[in-house]
Design a protein around this ligand. Structure first.
Ligand code: COA
Length: 143
């Protein structure tokens, strides 16, 4: 019988660093999330190359969510590729992943962490704001 990769009914969620073996699953989660959310596609090759930047949430041995902390330098890092399996949403898993990224940013003494999102509540509850010390983040698509 073919084994299903769909997660089993909810269990304890473990947040951990991603491993090489998670690449396929992360790719699938992001691919799936692009259908319902504003999130950029990422190729398997790119995920594989950046695997040490990813964290995953695991439930009963199945990876059900992912996100990446992209560090651009001591001054700035970005939370990217936040995706939770559709059947596992609304239980604080994304919030726990973002909180994990912030913990890592604090540990590494990074100055600012950025998120570009249409789900601002998740980030605002964790302290993200549209303005920081009177400054705003502005962005543009040059083409
Ligand atoms: C956006 C997305 C990552 C959110 O994942 P999630 O695990 O459902 O997020 P959370 O559970 O942390 O928060 C979602 C809601 O659940 C609620 N919630 C329920 N239990 C919670 C808990 N224990 N802790 C925190 N929030 C909880 C929150 O209030 C929140 O509601 P709000 O956003 O209206 O304020 C998910 O919907 C997804 O993968 N979407 C497609 C991809 C996408 O849009 N990514 C871009 C995000 S930057």
């Amino acid at each position: 019988m073919k084994r299903s990769r769909a997660p089993a009914p909810g269990g304890k969620v473990l947040i951990r660093r991603a491993r090489r073996a998670d690449v396929g699953r992360i790719h699938k989660l992001i691919e799936e999330a692009t259908r319902s959310g504003k999130i950029l596609k990422r190729s398997r090759g790119e995920i594989s190359r950046l695997i040490n930047r990813f964290r995953v949430a695991e439930e009963r041995g199945v990876v059900v969510a992912c996100c990446a902390l992209e560090v651009y330098g001591r001054k700035l890092a970005e939370v990217r590729s936040l995706a939770v399996h559709p059947e596992r949403r609304g239980r604080g898993i994304a919030s726990a992943l973002v909180a994990g990224c912030l913990k890592e940013a604090r540990r590494r003494r990074l100055y600012e962490v950025l998120a570009i999102t249409d789900r601002e509540n998740i980030f605002k509850r964790l302290g993200f704001a549209e303005q920081l010390h009177g400054q705003k983040a502005l962005f543009v698509r040059p083409s």
